[in-house]
Design a protein. Structure first.
Lengths: 155, 284
């Protein structure tokens, strides 16, 4: 099937089988490898991206279902050399070690905060339980997201 | 792993969807709703459907409508729709109290209420809700429409009364009396996991005594159901610790516990005792 994926504002005209997951299409067909794949069945959250304003698992959606939708991935966060406040907060608070889970956590946290800027600290904690990290022990991720949430509310 | 090849159909209307489903059902054609259960199963190659009828572009399936007595939930209403109360009735609060126990935020953005019912995982929170509240489920096919009572809908682990060419078009939940009390509790090891046991209770107070008690139990047997023995232990009694414990004990005794690699029958009964008591405590 011929489809167009609009990733971070750029159109990618690709041909895929219906069974191609959105995660695979973004990485393999569009060459945007910032979105990671861990489990391929919805558990780990590494593949989290934002589609039409909604944070979703890209391994649980087929690429053909995203035809014509607005897709945002980690590559679209920074503005030139200026990091997104969430990325900056992950650096400042040591919210990453190996970095494998980081794109998923960034897109998850940004996706939720853009929809619910005033979400409570407890609500954020619940949201962050969506994704897995094998390195950090989560505490610094929680710190980073809470700090960035404050910055994002100010903007 | 990657899903096996399939043919995708993208109907725009319900009639078109039913027609395609009737055509492809005999060749292992299935409905694709949120995909949050089906796609993982396909990735594991536990399912290799030859056709998928994707209902994500069918118009009109995403409505939640209240007519003052019944809340009607369309086939593509996603879990996240219930994050906020959908109706000015205790049912709206009940649904938003329950929804945050379902999976995780990004999964709730895609997964659907009706998809959960059709999938019929024994631990599904929505299956527990429809069983406890005696909802009515509306199945549609080219052969016509069928109303199925929740108690007749679930047939076993991941098995329902739906025929292969039937689409679960809507779920109809009765609105609750304005003075209804409810409580919900589930036990799992990590946030967002499927419940190892879950209970939803509702009742009213009549001159200080419990009336119209409903005790629903999920995750403990092949499918969720009301436990009449526990309801009998509540009706006519004054709410309080002794009564709640007696009802929890009655529920633990009444079940035919599911067993799996991490939960034997005795442990499952323990969990049932705990979730029923906690749900009742929350309601008080
Ligand atoms: C990591 C993870 C954790 C989860 N945790 C939970 C949890 O704690 N509790 C819980 O309840 N669920 C949980 N889920 C499952 C999730 O709630 C699914 O959304 C739900 O089970 C299925 O809904 P769906 O719309 O995604 O259906 P799909 O995945 O699209 O379909 C599931 C099945 O139902 C059939 N189907 C779907 N809609 C219809 C219809 N209208 N008519 C006829 N057949 C239909 C499909 O053919 C398929 O066989 C979890 C999922 C994941 C990935
Ligand atoms: S790769 Fe999508 S959730 Fe793990
Ligand atoms: S930083 Fe290594 S998995 Fe999270």
């Amino acid at each position: 099937m011929d489809i167009t994926l609009t990733i971070n504002g750029r159109d990618h005209a690709i041909a895929v089988e219906p069974r191609r997951t959105l995660a695979d299409a973004i990485r393999e067909d569009c060459g945007q490898t910032g979105t990671h794949i861990g489990c391929e069945h919805g558990i780990c959250g590494a593949c989290t991206i934002i589609v039409d304003g909604e944070p979703i698992r890209s391994c649980l959606m087929f690429a053909v279902q995203a035809n014509g939708k607005k897709i945002r991935t980690v590559e679209g966060l920074a503005n030139g050399d200026k990091l997104h406040p969430m990325q900056q907060a992950f650096m400042d608070h040591h919210g990453l070690q190996c970095g494998f889970c980081t794109p998923g956590f960034l897109m998850l946290a940004i996706g939720v905060l853009e929809r619910e800027p005033n979400i409570s600290d407890d609500g954020l904690l619940d949201v962050l339980s969506s994704n897995l990290c094998r390195c950090t022990g989560y505490q610094n991720i929680i710190k980073a997201v809470r700090a960035a949430a404050k910055d994002m509310r100010k903007e | 792993m990657k899903p096996a090849p399939f043919v995708r159909h993208v109907p725009k209307t319900l009639d078109e969807a039913l027609k395609i489903l009737a055509d492809v059902a005999p060749q292992d054609g299935r409905v694709l709703a949120g995909g949050q259960s089906l796609v993982p199963i396909m990735a594991f190659r536990l399912a290799k459907p030859a056709h998928l009828v994707d209902i994500n572009e069918v118009v009109g399936l995403d409505k939640v409508i209240s007519d003052g007595t019944t809340l009607t939930i369309g086939a593509r209403v996603r879990h996240a729709a219930f994050h906020k109360s959908v109706v000015d009735n205790p049912l709206g609060q009940l649904l938003s109290a329950v929804v945050r126990h379902i999976a995780h935020y990004p999964i709730r953005m895609r997964g659907t209420f009706c998809g959960s019912l059709a999938h019929a995982d024994p631990a599904s929170e929505w299956c527990l809700v429809v069983a406890t509240l005696d909802a009515t489920l509306v199945a549609k096919s080219t052969r016509g429409e069928r109303l199925i009572a929740a108690k007749d809908f679930f047939a076993g682990i991941m098995s329902t009364a739906l025929a292969e060419d039937e689409l679960l078009a809507e779920a109809r939940l009765p609105l609750l009396a304005s003075d209804v009390r409810f409580g919900f509790n589930e036990f799992n090891r990590r946030a967002g996991d499927f419940a190892m046991a879950a209970s939803l209770v509702t009742y009213r107070l009549n001159a200080g005594k419990i009336a119209e008690a409903r005790v629903g139990l999920g995750g403990a047997e092949s499918f969720p159901r009301r436990i009449v023995e526990a309801e009998a232990a509540l009706n006519g009694k004054t709410p309080g610790d002794t009564v709640f414990r007696a009802a929890a004990e009655a529920a633990a005794k009444a079940i035919d516990p599911l067993e799996d690699h991490q939960t034997n029958a005795e442990y499952r009964r323990d969990l049932v005792r705990a979730v029923v008591r906690r749900a009742l405590e929350q309601s008080a």
